[in-house]
Ligand binder design. Structure first.
Ligand SMILES: C[S@@+](CC[C@H](N)C(=O)[O-])C[C@H]1O[C@@H](n2cnc3c(N)ncnc32)[C@H](O)[C@@H]1O
Length: 274
């Protein structure tokens, strides 16, 4: 098991949950839409569009019961639920699970979304074998020091014929030049990036069959550059990653652009079945 206190501190240190909810209530009294929440709850490169692409890889009729591992504030979960998936979000940072739930109760939706939240560790999943049709990772494996164990656990909770879909950051050819802080790590001691080769090998070791690998790095760089321009505007947006990461996000956001541009990191989508 990991030191969940250290990890929760990384994410909860600057999190202003009560102020976030007050800000949402003040600006969106009828409830925010998924797009309005996105600058806050889609804590990955690519925002809502990346989540939509990821979810397109699954069919809610055949793979409707989905576990989002490292769900964060739940942007992907709510998007999936709106498409008809039954979404369970697991996160080790309890403050995130609690705010994820509070955000879900505020969202403007005609029907209650089929969502469940669990605070727990991806390396010891609190679910019985074969309990999900699909598992998703979106910028969460990069924070996990024991990827092999996490992938074995994912395999265990997937039913035969289940699907694993990832939208992850991996190390690039110039990883030695990686600049910190980045959103998942203040320094190299807290970063657990694998290369694409190492990641696919771990999946194959657990008898996953690779079905699809796509390099999203160029798209990720263009998206991050656009976000960075918005972040530098003098007028503050209603919601932004700074509500989660504080002022240090300005440096993190700049470093993400530089790291993508220099080939220190890559962004990939992977689909595998079991
Ligand atoms: C960068 S955030 C991404 C959140 C979300 N997937 C998204 O894209 O918006 C990484 C998340 O992984 C969670 N996490 C890290 N290690 C974990 C573990 N061992 N088990 C479960 N969640 C973990 C963190 O608490 C955090 O919420």
């Amino acid at each position: 098991m990991m030191d969940s206190h250290l990890l929760a501190d990384h994410y909860q240190r600057a999190l202003r949950a009560d102020e976030v909810l007050a800000q949402i209530d003040a600006h969106y009294p009828a409830g925010p839409t998924l797009h309005q929440l996105a600058p806050l709850d889609q804590l990955h490169i690519g925002g809502v569009a990346a989540s939509a692409r990821l979810l397109k890889r699954l069919n809610p009729d055949t793979h409707g019961k989905v576990l989002d591992i490292g769900a964060g504030l739940g942007g992907l979960m709510r998007q999936g639920a709106a498409l008809g998936f039954q979404m369970t979000g697991l996160d080790i940072t309890h403050g995130f699970s609690a705010l994820n739930r509070a955000l879900s109760s505020r969202v403007k939706q005609p029907d209650a979304l089929p969502l469940a939240w669990v605070t727990g560790d991806a390396s010891a999943l609190p679910f019985v074998d074969s309990s999900f049709d699909a598992v998703l990772f979106q910028h969460s494996l990069l924070k996990m020091p024991n990827a092999a164990r996490v992938i074995s656990e994912s395999r265990r909770v997937l039913r035969p014929g289940g699907q694993l879909v990832m939208h992850e950051v991996v190390s690039g050819p110039n990883v030695a030049h990686l600049r910190y802080p980045v959103p998942w790590a203040a320094s190299s001691a807290h970063s657990h990036l694998l290369s694409l080769v190492e990641l696919t090998r771990l999946l194959e070791n657990d008898d996953f069959q690779l079905e699809h690998i796509d390099d999203w790095s160029e798209m990720a760089l263009a998206w991050r550059q656009r976000q960075r321009q918005k972040e530098q505007m003098p007028r503050q947006a209603v919601l932004s990653p700074q509500w989660v990461f504080g002022e240090r996000f300005l440096t993190m956001g700049k470093n993400l652009v530089d790291n993508l541009a220099q080939g220190a990191i890559k962004v990939v989508e992977i689909q595998a079945s079991c």
